[in-house]
Design a protein around this ligand. Sequence first.
Ligand SMILES: Nc1ncnc2c1ncn2[C@@H]1O[C@H](COP(=O)(O)OP(=O)(O)O)[C@@H](O)[C@H]1O
Ligand SMILES: [Mg+2]
Length: 234
Amino acid sequence: MILLKIEDVTVGYTEIDILHNVTVTVRSGEIVSVIGPNGAGKSTLLKTVFGILKPRNGNITLKEKHITGLRPDRIVRKGISYVPQVENVFSSMTIQENLEMGAFIRRDDYSQRLEEVFDLFPVLRERKKQKAGHLSGGQRQMVAMGRALMLDPQVLLLDEPSAGLAPVLVSGIFEKIREVNATGVAMIIVEQNAKEALKMAHHGYVLAMGRNVLDDTGEALLANDEVGRLYLGG
Ligand SMILES: Nc1ncnc2c1ncn2[C@@H]1O[C@H](COP(=O)(O)OP(=O)(O)O)[C@@H](O)[C@H]1O
Ligand SMILES: [Mg+2]
């Protein structure tokens, strides 16, 4: 079933268009990876889905209902959570406080969800009283993901989850992303680490200069010579 559909979206920050008629489809439970060179518009795409930027043209639907142009506080209530590339945790707050911030719109008792998030990231449970600013990059990324998961989203938007992590931590964060996906959360992942992102993707999209270049299963894109040469560094 198609969960999230981004269709023919054109958007920009100023009068200049950055994305040109971009289309991306996410089916239930899928990991969709978006790769492409720096400046291709990958982060812009996620910001647009989350309502930070308003499309000039095109439609975004979640389960066939229009969410185009809704503000982030409305989008998050529809079941889409977003982990931005930078400044995605509150450094002066503890891990637990960060996670509780993620539940800000929940009126129900979220203690059970907190335990589920701690089950996914046991290291965060051990350190829940520590300030997030004192954590390693990998642990901070887990806090950011955990916070986004507190609302039990249908779709998680992850912008460069492995950026800035020491190489030894990268595989760990990708493993966590797979675990989160196994709980039924669909995702769009934007990654510089294109090879790893395609390895775990059910479907992948290549963006360049704000346009769709190619899309296929993760496997097919990995096996595609041109993709390999142009986007996977080999
Ligand atoms: N806040 C902004 N204001 C104006 N232009 C921006 C802004 N953020 C990004 N851009 C421009 O949009 C284009 C796409 O950027 P971005 O979506 O961040 O690319 P990517 O995430 O693929 O590296 C770039 O040309 C960038 O300079
Ligand atoms: Mg980016």
